[in-house]
Design a protein around this ligand. Structure first.
Ligand SMILES: [Ca+2]
Ligand SMILES: [Ca+2]
Length: 496
C-alpha cells in the first residue's frame, strides 16, 4: 500500500515534470529483462522454422510482444555476435571479427566502449546477470552489481536413449537422468526468479543467459519424450553447394554431415535439438511467468534474442559459422507492457541484433554513446508494419558480409565472389542468382550497404579463428586441396 502511494507520487511528479524522468533513472523508469539464448535457430513455434517445434512459452511471449520474424545476427558465432550486441558496435567497426578469449582482449580496445549493462549501471540501474551473457567471461566485472556464473553440474547422460559420437564429450545427443534442478539453465532461471521476487528501490537490468540448445544437445528426459515420434527432416538439396563460391563452401561443416549420415543419426540429432529448444523454452517460461505475477509486470521491458542460428544439414552443414539464412536468422522478441508504448504483432522487416542497444536506450530514456551502431526499433515496436531504412548485415571474418532485406540475401566474400538469393521464390537459398542477367540492378541497389571502411583485425585475445577471410586468405587453398577433395570422394549423396 505504502509503495503504491509512493509510486503514484512519483508518477505525479513525472507527469508535471517529465524532464525529471529523463535525466537519471527514477523509481518509475522501466526495468529490463534481457534474455539471451545460445545457438537457437528458427526451430521454434513463433518462427515456424520446423513444423514440430514445441515452444509454448516463447510462442505466448511472441504473441504478447513484437515478434521480429526476419531478425539476423551480427556475426554467426557466439563471441563476435555477443561482443557486437553488448558493446553496440559492428565487427567491421571494432575489428573484433573472430572468437576471442575476452579477458585477453587489450584494455585499450575494450575501454573505448560502454557495455550495455554498464550503460544501465551508470544511469541509476542495478544490474544483475546469470549464465552466458558475454562469451567466455567467468567473473564479476564492472558491468554488474551482482553476477552469478553458472556452475556446470556433472550431468549423467542416457547415451543408449540417443546418440553419442565417439568419446568426444561435446557431441552428445541424448537425455540426462538428473533432476531438473541440477541443470545450469534451471539454476540460471532460478536466479532470475529470485531477483524478480526481491524488493527493488532502483530500476533493474536483469540478464538471464540460457545456454541450451548449445552443444552437447542434452536435457531432461521429459523434453525428449514430448517430441514427435518421427522427426521431419529439413529440406535439403544434396548438391546445393555446386553454385556456391569457394569461400562459402569453406564455411560448410562437411565432416559433421558425413559422420551423421554414416551413423544414420541425423534424426537423433534433430530430435535432441528440438528437445533442447523445448527445455530452453521451459526455463524462459519460468522467468517470464515469475515476472508476470510480480509487482514489476507492468513496468518491465522484455527483450529475448538468440546469438545466431544453426544448420541442421542444410548446405550439407551443421552448427553455425556461415552466412546463410540457417546461421543468421534468430528468434528476437521485444515486449514493452507500458500503456501506449507498443502494438503487439509481427514485424517482417529485416532487422539486426545490433539495433538492441539503441532500442533499449530510447525505450528507457538513456542516452547512448555516440559510437554505437544500428538504429532504434522503437518505431517498429509502436507499429510493427513500419519499414526499416536499410538491410540487416551479418559479418563473418573481415571482408565477408551478407545483406538481408525483406526479399533478398546478397553476400559478398573477401575475394569478390558473391551469392544472391530471392526469398520470395527460394526460401531455402538453393539458387544462387549472383551471375544471372537480372541480378545487376538488385546488386547495384544493395551494394551501398556493404561496409565502406573496415577496421583492422584486433589480433590479441583470439581464441578461435575459424573463418577464411581477408586476414587469412591462404586457408582457402588448403580447403580446396584437402577438405573439399577428401569430402568429394567420401560424401554420399555426392557433392560436385
Ligand atoms: Ca552461440
Ligand atoms: Ca545452391
Amino acid at each position: 500500500m505504502k509503495s503504491s502511494i509512493l509510486s503514484s507520487l512519483v508518477l505525479f511528479t513525472l507527469l508535471i515534470n517529465p524532464v525529471f524522468g529523463n535525466e537519471d533513472a527514477s523509481e518509475n523508469s522501466p526495468n529490463v529483462l534481457f534474455i539471451a539464448i545460445d545457438d537457437m535457430n528458427d526451430w521454434v513455434g513463433f518462427l515456424d522454422g520446423h513444423p514440430q517445434a514445441k515452444t509454448p512459452n516463447m510462442d505466448r511471449l511472441a504473441k504478447r510482444g513484437v515478434n521480429f520474424t526476419n531478425a539476423h545476427c551480427i556475426a554467426p558465432a557466439c563471441s563476435p555476435c555477443r561482443l557486437g550486441l553488448l558493446l553496440g558496435i559492428e565487427p567491421f567497426h571494432s575489428g573484433l571479427y573472430p572468437f576471442y578469449d575476452q579477458p585477453k582482449i587489450p584494455a585499450s580496445v575494450l575501454s573505448k566502449y560502454t557495455s550495455l549493462p554498464r550503460l544501465f549501471r551508470e544511469n541509476g540501474y542495478q544490474t544483475f546477470g546469470a549464465g552466458k551473457i558475454f562469451h567466455g567471461v567467468k567473473e564479476n566485472t564492472n558491468d554488474w552489481d551482482h553476477y552469478r556464473t553458472h556452475i556446470p553440474g556433472g550431468l549423467n547422460r542416457a547415451v543408449e536413449k540417443g546418440y553419442q559420437q565417439n568419446q568426444s564429450s561435446k557431441m552428445s545427443f541424448c537425455p540426462t537422468t538428473n533432476p531438473l534442478s541440477d541443470h545450469p539453465d534451471y539454476q540460471v532461471a532460478d536466479y532470475g526468479i529470485k531477483v524478480i521476487e526481491q524488493q527493488h528501490d532502483q530500476p533493474f537490468f536483469l540478464a538471464v543467459g540460457i545456454v541450451k540448445p548449445h552443444l552437447p544437445f542434452i536435457c531432461p528426459q521429459p523434453f525428449f519424450d514430448m517430441q514427435a515420434e518421427t522427426i521431419q527432416p529439413p529440406s535439403i538439396l544434396a548438391n546445393d553447394l555446386q553454385d556456391v563460391p569457394w569461400v562459402g563452401r569453406s564455411m560448410a561443416k562437411l565432416g559433421d554431415d558425413f559422420k551423421f549420415r554414416k551413423d544414420k543419426s541425423w534424426e537423433k540429432v534433430h530430435r535432441a535439438y528440438l528437445a533442447c529448444n523445448s527445455w530452453a523454452d521451459y526455463n524462459v517460461g519460468r522467468v517470464v511467468d515469475a515476472l508476470q505475477t510480480s509487482q514489476y509486470a507492468d513496468n518491465t521491458i522484455i527483450v529475448l534474442w538468440s546469438d545466431h542460428g544453426y544448420h541442421q544439414g542444410e548446405k550439407r552443414s551443421f552448427r553455425k559459422f556461415s552466412l546463410w539464412e540457417e546461421s543468421t536468422r534468430v528468434p528476437f522478441i521485444i515486449l514493452d507492457p507500458r500503456p501506449g508504448q507498443m502494438k503487439s504483432g509481427v514485424c517482417k522487416e529485416a532487422v539486426s541484433l545490433i539495433n538492441i542497444y539503441r532500442t533499449l536506450g530510447e525505450l528507457t530514456g538513456i542516452e547512448v554513446p555516440k559510437y554505437v551502431d544500428g538504429t532504434s526499433l522503437v518505431k517498429q515496436i509502436r507499429n510493427p508494419a513500419t519499414k526499416v531504412a536499410s538491410p540487416a548485415i551479418t559479418t563473418w571474418g573481415r571482408g565477408n558480409y551478407s545483406l538481408r532485406d525483406d526479399q533478398w540475401r546478397y553476400t559478398r566474400y573477401f575475394d569478390g565472389t558473391e551469392e544472391l538469393y530471392d526469398h520470395r521464390s527460394d526460401p531455402n537459398e538453393w539458387n544462387n542468382l549472383a551471375e544471372s542477367p537480372e541480378a545487376g540492378a538488385i546488386k547495384q541497389k544493395l551494394t551501398e550497404f556493404f561496409p565502406k571502411n573496415e577496421a583492422a583485425l584486433v589480433e590479441s585475445g583470439i581464441s578461435l579463428w575459424n573463418s577464411v577471410d581477408a586476414d587469412q586468405p591462404e586457408k582457402l587453398q588448403q580447403f580446396k586441396k584437402n577438405t573439399w577433395s577428401q569430402m568429394k570422394k567420401k560424401l554420399k549423396p555426392k557433392i560436385e
